[in-house]
Ligand binder design. Sequence first.
Ligand code: AMP
Length: 184
Amino acid sequence: MAGTLGGTFQEPLKAPAKALNNAKLCVEVGTTGDKGMSDETAGYDSNNIFARILRGEIPSTRVYEDDAVVAFMDVMPQAPGHTLVVPRAPSRNLLDADPAVLARGIAVVQRIAVAVKRAFAADGVTVIQFNEAAAGQTVFHLHFHVIPRFDGVALKPHTGGMERPEVLQANAEKIRKALASAGK
Ligand code: AMP
């Protein structure tokens, strides 16, 4: 089941320009274009941006990882503390995922949701998961959005503005602390 806390934490993004390029990349490599299949239904592309983050080829601001799941900060947060929970196993989204992978993933979603609520003294937490472009998915590797919410405060747009790396890092540190103190 879910691994212990205190896994390796990755360094923050080094420069906003780099982060911006990475974010653009997700649009550019999100589909495979397999013959006979539309972009929306094409198979898994092992070079999608999250696969590259999981392989360590692209930086991310990680708050948690175990043998099956990684959680890192969304670079275009819809609210402070917006975190992505990403199973390591390759699947486009929920529709083609192994149920065992979903089970591991949702267990981490719960841990992160509890942690972000505590870390930001939030009133609630929104969990979102998109399946295919028609539903709003932009990166085609299974992931869950975990977003702290406050009474009367609307979410910023999905894939809106880039956040500064130092802000992402500061927010990540709050979440790491909340994870570390969970259960104490
Ligand atoms: P979705 O539209 O559900 O596929 O969500 C993809 C999310 O990934 C969006 O909220 C983006 O802001 C976020 N994103 C894109 N590129 C990166 C990246 N390099 N690091 C972290 N988050 C990213």
